[in-house]
Design a protein around this ligand. Structure first.
Ligand code: FAD
Ligand code: SF4
Ligand code: SF4
Ligand code: SF4
Length: 404
């Protein structure tokens, strides 16, 4: 191992930097990928350890401003996971001819980073893909940008921002990087998503051509589309989709996410974006409160960008106290808590390599609660009445028997 398994984020910086190209990535028994060194080819130069962001931590700083924010372009706002702020940041970068990168979802390759060169490509990077994303395929492009003295705007999960910062540091070009980290409570190995999709394809006898993890047009969070762009499977976050349930209940995250170094107030980027918790008071109507991003400003560069977007009337921002804005967002306070059945999940999965089976076994309680919640109220009343009547009768019977 280059770093301990419990802290390896799978950022692939070691793979990209290795002069002998002797690092590859292999799945472990839980389906997550980790670096493996070909000892025959390795010359022990130590570069991989020197750059690994999990061994050489970037130190963050506390944010000095917080905003509830959204894009003034209603279409952009409605397509984002929250207020569409990420897209406005891409707009800023493209306007200044900076290189910029985002995550797209490909049904064969999964979530992968892509260099964005045109505004027309922004539709694909918008919205969250709740799965491990592969940064490895873009690290060479970023290296070229650095060598060509280009400015780069990088938006990614905090552990990925950390890897990209390490790369800029190595070439002493930190000033050319503008970084934006996305508030994050964890990612899921891509094998689980692939297995889940295969299961649903078999069940519905359809082929998945497109996925949406947080459908901007509705309240649905997990939607699958066929070749005619028809949505044949859609689930809300609190419904019965096992993948989503496993994600939200912290059962199926990548191991390092349970020890995340970045789950605190100290941010390593210029700007942090996430979901704004509308439990906080805002001077807006309920209707306007939908689709709002949390924006934290961590550096002067970050402040200038937010001011620029404000001046150009691209975004609306409402200032908040930093502590108030992050109070209810768990990802600022500690890493995700392991679900109480995590160990059982690991054992089932190691034994069977069957995602559906393993999650189903471990989320029995959650699924039961879901089923009870969705039983119509009239049925619940009848059931309760019957139950209480029978229950009373049985207790009476037991007491009578005891007396005899
Ligand atoms: C795995 C994951 C977990 C998250 N957990 C939380 C959380 O616990 N609390 C919270 O407040 N917010 C969380 N978010 C952030 C939230 O979902 C929104 O992305 C955020 O509010 C920004 O929304 P937006 O409308 O401004 O931009 P959007 O248009 O929704 O954001 C798009 C940006 O996210 C990037 N992106 C999408 N998927 C990935 C991925 N898998 N890996 C890296 N980058 C990706 C895109 O490249 C693009 O830059 C999470 C996001 C992800 C991807
Ligand atoms: S550089 Fe990234 S992928 Fe490589 S060992 Fe370190 S954390 Fe893991
Ligand atoms: S020590 Fe050097 S050659 Fe060996 S894997 Fe690491 S970077 Fe590659
Ligand atoms: S929880 Fe932390 S380690 Fe896991 S993906 Fe998010 S930032 Fe990276």
């Amino acid at each position: 191992m280059i770093c301990e398994k419990k802290s390896c984020t799978g950022c692939k910086l070691c793979f990209s930097i290795c002069p002998k190209k002797c690092i590859s990535f292999k799945e472990d028994t839980l389906g997550a990928i980790y670096p493996v060194i070909d000892k025959e080819k390795c010359v022990n130069c130590g570069l991989c350890k020197k750059v690994c962001p999990s061994l050489n931590k970037n130190i963050g700083r506390e944010s000095f401003a917080a905003y509830a924010a959204y894009s003034n372009d209603l279409i952009v706002r409605n397509k984002g996971a929250s207020g569409g702020i990420a897209r406005e940041l891409y707009y800023y970068a493209l306007k200044l001819k900076y290189s910029t990168y985002g995550v797209v979802f490909d049904c064969n390759k999964g979530a992968i980073y892509k260099k964005i060169t045109n505004i027309s490509e922004l539709d694909c990077v918008q919205n969250s893909k709740y799965v491990y994303s592969d940064l490895g395929c873009c690290l060479d492009d970023i290296k070229n940008d650095i060598l060509n003295n280009k400015h780069v705007l990088f938006i990614g999960l905090p552990c990925q921002v950390s890897a990209v910062k390490m790369l800029f540091k190595r070439y002493k070009k930190e000033k050319n990087l503008i970084s934006v980290d996305i508030v994050c409570h964890g990612v899921i190995p891509k094998t689980y998503l692939a297995q889940h999709i295969m299961f649903l394809e078999r069940k519905y006898k359809k082929q998945v051509k497109k996925i949406s993890f947080r459908n901007p047009d509705s309240k649905y969070y997990f939607c699958l589309y066929d070749e005619n762009d028809n949505c044949f499977y859609k689930k809300k976050p609190n419904e019965s989709d096992l993948y989503y349930r496993g994600f939200m209940n912290n059962l199926i995250l990548r191991e390092n996410c349970y020890n995340c170094y970045y789950a605190n107030k100290k941010r390593i980027s210029d700007i942090t974006i996430g979901d704004y918790d509308t439990k906080n008071e805002l001077p807006m109507s309920l209707e306007e409160k939908k689709q709002i991003s949390l924006v934290l400003v961590n550096t002067e560069i970050g402040e200038n960008i937010i001011n620029y977007l404000m001046e150009k009337e691209r975004i609306t921002i409402v200032k908040q106290m930093v502590d108030d804005a992050i109070r209810f967002n768990k990802a600022f306070h500690k890493p995700a808590n392991k679900h109480s059945n995590r160990l059982n999940f690991e054992n089932y999965y190691k034994e069977t390599s069957d995602f559906e089976f393993s999650v189903k076994k471990c989320l029995v309680r959650e699924m039961l609660i879901y089923k009870i919640m969705f039983v119509p109220n009239c049925l619940k009343i009848i059931f309760l009445k019957l139950f209480t009547k029978n229950f009373k009768n049985s207790v009476k019977k037991i007491i009578r028997n005891l007396r005899c």
